[in-house]
Design a protein. Structure first.
Length: 126
């Protein structure tokens, strides 16, 4: 099973998905992120899916689940780098991305996260 690295950047966690996810890797990512939020007291999670060419209903639900779990643990989530084909597939699958904030790229995602958690620079703190 592949693991997606979860990097700490100050008060945020950063994940870069550089390959298509299988179900077990996606489930492991969700577990790693929730554990990381608690361990590092992260206030935000940024997930870069620009390397994701394919998405199915499980992966879509996992992204929504990550955002929901993060919010329950006190962290905001922003997904960046969504390709148009991925967005279209999510719509066609009927997956409501309620509660999932998106941004065009990592820079805009970090700006959005900073605004959501009270300003400051992404690397400030902890």
């Amino acid at each position: 099973m592949n693991r997606i690295p979860v990097l700490r950047m100050g008060r945020f966690l950063l994940v870069t998905v550089q390959m298509d996810l299988d179900d077990s890797t996606a489930a492991q990512l969700e577990e790693d992120l929730t554990t990381g939020i608690v361990k590092h007291r992260a206030e935000g999670v940024l997930i870069d899916i620009s390397g994701l060419d394919f998405v199915d209903s499980f992966i879509g639900r996992t992204l929504v689940g990550i955002a929901s779990s993060s919010r329950l643990l006190g962290a905001e989530t922003v997904v960046v780098g969504m390709r148009s084909a991925v967005a279209i597939t999510l719509i066609e699958l009927g997956i409501a991305m309620n509660g999932v904030r998106t941004a065009l790229n990592v820079e805009r995602g970090m700006e959005l996260l900073s605004g959501l958690v009270g300003g400051g620079r992404p690397g400030d703190g902890g």
